[in-house]
Design a protein around this ligand. Structure first.
Ligand code: NAP
Length: 247
């Protein structure tokens, strides 16, 4: 069976604070009627029959491949793909953003790159199999403004910054290849602003109240941008306010 991709979305990292809000927004505002939601464990929230959950551990490419192959076998292609996978700190792993050179640790750096760069890259590698030949697909990957090399004025956060910069480079590279192989694919590196989730919790003290966004707000901003993104402008590196960020 071959399906139209016009109403189907894939959300990767579906248990994140932002992804949960995104699933709701996609169902409400982007004529999306069907969402495949992928995460390491099944989210607690039940979105009803429109959302199908899949357990995939993105640290194993074999699991990504198996998920994509099964969707391809069903004739599924996606109109929207959003990957929210990202990591900033973890007390159990004793990883927190570095303040100075002396804080850099090889294991922590590897973890930053594994989660922020390599996992999204493995999804990018496998996604062409579920991209329609003659219909648009927009793929957004959650980056961060601190991944901008030219915008870096504060320093610090070596692992997080470098791994998001590397993700940006992968997105830029893939956009060049997609322009040759799948001309209707649009890639986007998205900065959601500072959003009130577990990831930003320890760093919210100096954020003015009106600059600390709810997951619902940034999800709403992203959905608008997904709908208006155009392949000829790919890749985008944009923030929640649709402002371009210098690479
Ligand atoms: N919150 C902010 O202020 C802010 C600012 C700038 C950028 N961002 C970016 O926005 C994205 C979403 O952030 P959030 O605030 O919603 O954070 P969050 O709630 O902590 O979600 C992080 C997501 O990353 C995935 N993830 C983390 N570690 C992983 C691992 N070891 N293996 C596989 N998946 C892993 C989780 O996937 P599962 O669903 O499988 O658990 C989860 O979906 C991240 O990429 C983050 O860097 C956030």
């Amino acid at each position: 069976m071959t399906e139209s991709n016009s109403e189907r979305a894939l959300v990767i990292g579906a248990s994140s604070g932002i992804a949960q809000a995104l699933i709701e927004q996609l169902l409400q505002s982007a004529s999306v009627t069907c969402i495949d939601a992928v995460s390491r464990s099944l989210p607690k929230k039940d979105f009803g029959d429109s959302v199908q959950h899949f357990e995939v551990d993105s640290s194993h490419e074999s699991q990504i491949k198996a998920f994509i192959s099964a969707r391809k076998a069903e004739g599924i292609t996606y109109r929207y793909v959003v990957c929210t996978i990202g990591f900033l700190h973890n007390a159990e792993l004793a990883i927190k953003p570095e303040k100075r050179l002396e804080d850099i640790n090889a294991d922590a750096m590897q973890h930053y790159f594994a989660v922020n760069t390599i996992m999204p890259t493995l999804w990018l590698k496998n996604l062409p199999a579920v991209v329609a030949k003659n219909a648009p697909t927009t793929m957004a990957f959650f980056s961060a403004r601190v991944g901008s090399i030219s915008d870096n004025r504060l320093g610090g956060w070596y692992g997080y910054r470098a791994s998001k910069s590397a993700l940006n480079m992968v997105i830029k590279n893939a956009a060049i290849e997609y322009a040759r192989r799948h001309k209707q694919v649009t890639l986007m590196a998205y900065h959601p602003g500072t959003v009130d989730t577990g990831l930003s919790k320890p760093f919210q003290a100096n954020v003015p109240q009106k600059k600390l966004f709810t997951p619902a707000f940034t999800a709403q901003c992203l959905v608008k941008q997904l709908q208006f993104a155009q392949a000829e402008h790919s890749p985008y590196y944009v923030d929640w306010d649709a402002q371009n960020i210098p690479w």
